[in-house]
Design a protein around this ligand. Structure first.
Ligand SMILES: [Zn+2]
Length: 282
């Protein structure tokens, strides 16, 4: 069994305080590769995931990194931060730019124009190094009334798809809708734009039938699984700290939705990860 956790925040305190145990438990259930997301606690610590990957060379699970400025920190995407990202983006251990995107869900988030500028600037960097992007997208439908008052009728999904259509899809580099949480229609449109869909623990929550529907119909060669550790633990662990070993629970659930054995799902999602990020170098 070879599983890939396509999205984990291994550099967050909740996991670093117990990293050896976290990696050991991942290995024990077959999670042999982890993409450690390099957003840090903001741009100044984006490099932590890359450093963590560099410090774990030759071990199992194999750790790779991403780097990017999260939409919640878009107001910090100044020239200095973008220079830092440019440096990290060319590092061979950094497989992707992200997570980047749009989020009109929290009242405290930066203004829409600020988020969009940071997003476009990072698409430029990703295009220069020809590495896939990892998208963070929070649909606006469930936002608090405060956030709705602030962001009005703006729809993060529509805004994001419009930017992707113009500034990313034509280049054919691809990317991942991380923790896919949209409707079945959003899934179809993301697939049409060349994205892979990555499913996290929330696919196991009964409140979001659109996610399950997407996990069942998306082409087998376009899906990934992830934990988004330390967040979003799958049922029955919901509410607890999440960790990469739990990729297996989500993978089992998605395999069940598709009516295929876990081994087949594991093999496909591993091959998809390699094709997108490693171009068969693994
Ligand atoms: Zn994340």
């Amino acid at each position: 069994m070879y599983l890939v956790d396509s999205h984990a925040h291994l550099d967050f305190d909740a996991l670093t305080q117990d990293l050896d145990g976290v990696l050991e438990r991942a290995r024990a259930v077959g999670v042999q590769t982890i993409l450690s997301i390099g957003i840090g606690d903001g741009p100044a610590t984006m490099h932590r995931a890359r450093d963590l990957a560099a410090n774990h060379q030759g071990t199992t699970p194999r750790i790779y990194a991403s780097a990017g400025i999260h939409p919640q920190e878009a107001h910090q995407a100044d020239e200095g931060a973008l220079d830092l990202l440019r440096d990290l983006a060319s590092d061979p251990l950094v497989l992707a730019i992200g997570e980047i995107g749009l989020d009109y869900y929290h009242f405290e988030n930066p203004d829409i124009a600020v988020q969009q500028a940071a997003f476009l600037a990072q698409l430029d960097i990703a295009r220069d190094v020809r590495k896939p992007i990892l998208i963070h997208l929070r649909t606006s439908e469930l936002a608090t009334s405060q956030a709705k008052a602030r962001f009005g009728s703006a729809d993060a999904t529509e805004d994001l798809f419009a930017s992707i259509e113009r500034h990313w899809a034509p280049y054919g580099i691809g990317g991942v809708m991380h923790c896919f949480s949209g409707t079945a229609d959003h899934a179809r449109r993301a697939l049409d734009l060349g994205f892979h869909l990555s499913f996290a623990g929330n696919v196991t929550y009964s409140r979001f039938p659109g996610i399950r529907e997407a996990a069942a119909f998306a082409p087998l060669d376009r899906i990934l699984v992830e934990t988004d550790s330390p967040f979003l633990a799958p049922q029955p662990l919901r509410g607890q700290r999440n960790e990469p070993a739990h990729t297996r629970i989500t993978a089992e659930f998605v395999a069940g939705l598709r009516g295929i054995p876990l081994a087949e799902l594991a093999e496909a999602t591993t091959a998809n990860f390699q094709a997108l990020f490693l171009r068969s170098e693994l």
